[in-house]
Design a binder for this molecule. Structure first.
Ligand code: IP8
Length: 259
């Protein structure tokens, strides 16, 4: 089984509220469909989630009534994104089943405490393609929390020990700096804990679900649950398909650590 995360930066324009990149997403779902492997897909929220979630401080817990309507709006927005992606998947021939975390997960202090992974298994057994996504989820201490796609990836990797985990982003992999700002930024072919510790810390563009560093830490933890964990560019046609089919591809390979 291959576990794929379609990052928010590749399926949406992260700078423009609720802007879906249908062209890229359709191509990516076709690339996924070109492989015969069983697959599960998680997608990020991009501009359908992070902007409004930050505005309503949903990542800090619920202490004002006004946040509840903000949460409802974010939930509606990420469901619209999810429906767009589901349609792209069906157009590509993938029999998708959407599993929204608010309906099959629970959190505790911002940590994913329970995900109904058996349900994912049952749909997989029917040859359907489970699709889940970063969402707002009930939290026993905070009322509501943001559940990131990365937390879902971790729970699914723990349950299913996938053969391969693929993180699809809008750059070639993990770089020594921000490749959009720094011409000297170099692609890191093998990413491990030592590499992460040596990366310069910047707090630019921090999502409500954490910085690039916390995301890489998640990937390192996940890499211990699979034979191969790659970060690759979904804006470059053919790379996802190549990775799905086990061909060599420009990417960063994440090397596992302890959980
Ligand atoms: O884009 C964030 O999920 P991510 C979910 O995977 C929301 O970090 C609702 C902002």
């Amino acid at each position: 089984m291959i576990l794929v995360k379609l990052g928010g930066s590749v399926i949406t324009d992260k700078g423009r509220y609720r802007t879906f990149d249908r062209e890229t997403t359709s191509r990516l779902t076709s690339e996924i469909a070109s492989s015969d492997e069983k697959v599960m897909i998680v997608h990020g929220a991009g501009s359908f989630g992070h902007m409004l979630a930050k505005e309503h401080r949903l990542h800090l817990g619920i202490d004002e009534l006004s946040q509840i309507m903000g949460a409802a709006k974010v939930m509606a927005d990420v469901r619209e994104l999810n429906l767009e992606i589901s349609r792209c998947m069906m157009d590509s021939g993938l029999p998708v089943v959407s599993l929204p975390p608010a309906s099959c997960a629970r959190m505790n202090q911002g940590k994913l405490e329970m995900l109904d992974v058996d349900l994912f298994q049952r749909y997989l057994d029917l040859n359907m393609v489970p699709l889940t996504f970063g969402d707002v989820v009930w939290d026993r201490k905070r009322g509501l929390s943001i559940c990131s796609g990365d937390q879902l990836m971790m729970s699914l990797a723990e349950k299913f020990s996938p053969d391969k985990v693929l993180f699809i982003t809008d750059v070639d992999g993990v770089f020594t700096g921000d490749p959009n700002m720094d011409d000297c930024a170099r692609l890191i072919e093998n990413v491990d804990k030592a590499v992460l510790d040596a990366l310069p810390r910047t707090e630019r563009n921090v999502d409500v679900t954490g910085s690039i560093y916390s995301k890489i830490q998640f990937m390192i933890d996940m890499a211990g649950r699979t034979k191969e964990c790659l970060v690759l560019n979904g804006k470059a046609p053919g790379r996802l398909e190549a990775a799905m089919k086990g061909r060599s591809v420009i990417a960063s390979r994440v090397v596992g650590g302890s959980i």
